[in-house]
Ligand binder design. Structure first.
Ligand code: FMN
Length: 333
């Protein structure tokens, strides 16, 4: 048996930030780290794209030492290309692990026979994992799957055994099928069955939303950790809230509206100093979706969204924040 990954040692039960394309960027990850996320994974990057060297693709892979343990997630369908991309990432960034995406349901990924498409081609799925494991023997390789293509082909257990057999060191299971997309509920019975059957740590994923959910899963399921996605997007405080509540029995006070806006601007600062530093000051189109996501759980966020769409500069965003804070000063959150 290979050594336990350090973040699972001693039954640590880590909370991962789930990879989310376009959202879990360098800046958002920093916020989540400060709020207690234990392990993080970059948004997925195409193995081919990295090898062709596009700056856009490499931008997604940036992280700081403080953000460790960090994994870089890649997708693709060619064992050779995936192996070569893993080596290039190892050489340039030395992440703590490489993560393989076998869950993405997007057409552009399926059309390349990658992501969740490989849940219909288990020979190829295993070959990709094996090639990457062999290519970077000094780095742990992990994987993230959905439970199957559709409800007639729930293959999570079989896939888990294949991946464990070729040397995958931990497996995140999103308890939905590809066909489900993001609808319905994640099937935690399947996740639990996979966790019970495998020797490697299984990370449960799907609909984790608060401390009660975490408390129940931790007591009732065999998973070794959890991964939180959408619930963190508008509320990166979720990690600290869950941990503190479980440790002390008392939930910390939620952030005030002032703290929330300060977090939005800190987030934008991080991006403007980091991966977006070459963007012209008047080009703020890229930030609209990110700001809308991060303000989604604020009081009055529905009215805020169209206003964010009309903002044309950082100064205008500051003015909008001041107006919103004045209107909702009494609201907690
Ligand atoms: C906007 C968005 C982007 C996502 N991008 C990725 C990705 O790049 N790689 C991946 O493995 N999963 C991706 N996912 C799936 C999430 O990691 C996670 O499995 C899913 O959202 C279920 O967890 P949740 O219920 O906690 O959100 C994405 C999900 C969303 C909503």
């Amino acid at each position: 048996m290979p050594e336990t990954l350090p973040w699972f040692a001693g039954g640590a039960f880590p909370l991962y930030l789930a990879p989310m394309a376009r959202y879990t960027d360098f800046g958002f990850r920093q916020l989540c780290k400060e709020q207690g996320a234990d392990v993080m994974v970059t948004e997925f990057v195409q193995a081919d794209g990295l090898l062709r060297g596009g700056p856009q693709a490499w931008r997604a892979v940036d992280f700081t030492e403080e953000q460790r343990p960090m994994g870089v997630q890649i997708f693709g369908s060619s064992p050779e290309t995936m192996a070569e991309a893993a080596q290039k990432i190892r050489d340039r960034h030395r992440p703590d692990f490489i993560d393989l995406n076998y869950g993405c349901p997007a057409h552009r990924v399926i059309d390349q026979n990658a992501g969740s498409s490989l849940l219909r081609n288990l020979d190829r799925l295993g070959a990709v994992a094996e090639a990457v494991v062999k290519a970077v023997p000094e780095l742990p390789v992990t994987a993230k799957i959905r439970i199957g293509w559709d409800d007639k082909s729930i293959v999570a257990l079989e896939v888990g055994r294949i991946l464990q057999g070729v040397g995958i060191r931990a497996l995140a299971v999103h308890g939905r099928t590809k066909e489900q997309g993001y609808s319905g509920l994640a099937d935690w019975e399947v996740i639990d069955a996979v966790a019970r059957a495998l020797d490697i740590p299984v990370i449960g994923n799907g609909d984790v939303s608060d401390w009660k959910f975490v408390d129940r899963v931790r007591r009732e399921s065999a998973v070794s950790g959890l991964m939180i996605g959408r619930a963190a997007l508008g509320y990166p405080w979720i990690f600290k809230e869950i941990k503190e509540t479980l440790a002390t029995g008392q939930a910390p006070a939620p952030p005030t509206i002032d703290e929330r806006w300060a977090t939005v601007f800190r987030f934008l600062d991080l991006l403007l100093q980091g991966p977006y530093k070459d963007k012209p000051a008047d080009d703020i189109g890229w930030m609209r979706a990110k700001v809308k996501a991060l303000t989604k759980e604020m009081a009055g966020s529905r009215q805020l969204r169209p206003k964010i769409d009309r903002v044309n500069s950082l100064d205008e965003l500051h003015a909008l924040a001041a107006e919103h804070k004045a209107e909702y000063a009494q609201a907690v959150g």
